[in-house]
Write a protein that binds this ligand. Structure first.
Ligand code: ADP
Ligand code: TRP
Length: 338
């Protein structure tokens, strides 16, 4: 029996290079080696978008099209929508019994996100429950491995603690909930190096749709060229005559993910020797990226032209995922003794 992996994305926007390299390449490789479960976390999107949820359904379908165009094969992996598996909410309820409030309060992402997304009201209980809901997503499918970016590790660790507490409280033994482990892109060597675990955006911070620093995989060639010209380079390299350090250059870190080794080595040498400027590097990066994304964008346009495709994928996925969720809930009820 292949081990089961599971991961989810919140449908709160378009996919960017951070998703593509931090996660999606990983998901592609895993669909061959594991029983892979990939879901669209629309309830998680609701935790922050509850006042204005009108885009969630559209982004959900777009995400499915992006995934399939990127190479996820609905015959190899199970692609489904979180809210189609209502058993997740029942499991969240059981998990919430064994989870001390203080564990959720100390999750680093909780206060961080409240500060960063200050335009949204995140003082609601739903957002507070975010990591517990994430634990329910994973545990409901008995997933052993969770491919995520580095930023998700605290959620995973919390999930493991919740599972341990549940199993200990109800003396679960053999039928206990499965304790999930993270699978980082960098540890798998899927991205060309560890940079894949945290892809920087155009301003050097982690690429994120909320920071306005993202290059989206659906960006047109012109958008890519424009964003590339604004990409941050080594901040210490103020003039052409200053030698640069490619290790701290965000542009170079992203270029590394798409260009061949020889080209990357050449840019490193000339940057260190101050014999080339950052502008031609940006231009070269932009053309490489346009070419890199061309196949994906062509497939994506084909899927767009198939009406109902995303909905069919989600429906078929829910039919495969639901029996597993029902079995987990039955085990939980038995363990709790209800
Ligand atoms: P965003 O920050 O744009 O809102 P999400 O929180 O929706 O992105 O991220 C979805 C998944 O993609 C997570 O597993 C996350 O770790 C990964 N991810 C997002 N941005 C990056 C990035 N810049 N580098 C690496 N992985 C990323
Ligand atoms: N919290 C994840 C993110 O922000 C999304 C997510 C929800 C998830 N449930 C999950 C990821 C379960 C992995 C497993 O990206």
């Amino acid at each position: 029996m292949k081990e089961r992996v599971l991961t989810g994305y919140r449908p709160t926007g378009k996919l960017h290079l951070g998703h593509w390299f931090g996660n999606l390449q990983n998901m592609l490789a895993l669909q061959d080696q594991y029983q892979a479960f990939y879901f669209v976390a629309d309830w998680h999107a609701l935790t922050s978008e509850w006042q204005n949820p009108s885009d969630i359904a559209r982004y959900t379908e777009e995400m499915v099209l992006d995934w399939v165009a990127a190479g996820l094969d609905p015959d190899k992996c199970v692609i489904y929508r979180q809210s189609d598996i209502v058993q997740v909410s029942e499991l969240l309820l059981y998990l919430s019994m064994v989870t001390p409030v203080s564990w959720l309060e100390r999750t680093p992402s909780y206060k961080e996100q409240q500060q960063q997304m200050s335009d949204k009201d995140l003082s609601n209980l739903g957002f507070f429950l975010y990591p517990a809901l994430q634990t329910a997503d994973i545990v409901i499918m008995d997933a052993a491995r969770v491919p995520v970016g580095e930023d998700q590790l605290p959620h995973l660790e919390l999930g493991r603690e919740i599972v341990r507490r549940f199993n200990a409280t109800y003396q679960a033994g053999e039928s206990g909930l499965v304790e999930p482990k993270a699978l980082l892109a960098s540890s798998l060597g899927q991205a060309k190096d560890a940079a894949g675990a945290r892809v920087p955006g155009t301003d050097g911070r982690k690429m994120s749709k909320s920071y306005g620093n993202a290059i989206f995989i659906s960006d047109t060639a012109d958008e890519i060229r424009k964003k590339a010209m604004g990409f941050m380079t080594d901040p210490a390299r103020k003039q052409l005559t200053d030698p640069g350090d490619p290790e701290v250059c965000p542009l170079h870190q992203v270029h590394k993910l798409i260009a061949d080794e020889k080209k990357i080595a050449d840019w490193e040498t000339c940057c260190r020797a101050a014999s080339c400027g950052c502008v031609p590097h940006k231009q070269d990066f932009a053309e490489d990226l346009v070419a890199y994304l061309a196949d994906f964008q062509a497939r994506r346009a084909e899927l767009d032209a198939l009406p109902g495709f995303a909905r069919e994928v989600l429906q078929a996925g829910a039919e495969k995922a639901r029996p597993i969720a029902e079995a987990t809930i039955k085990r939980c009820r038995d363990l709790v003794g209800l």
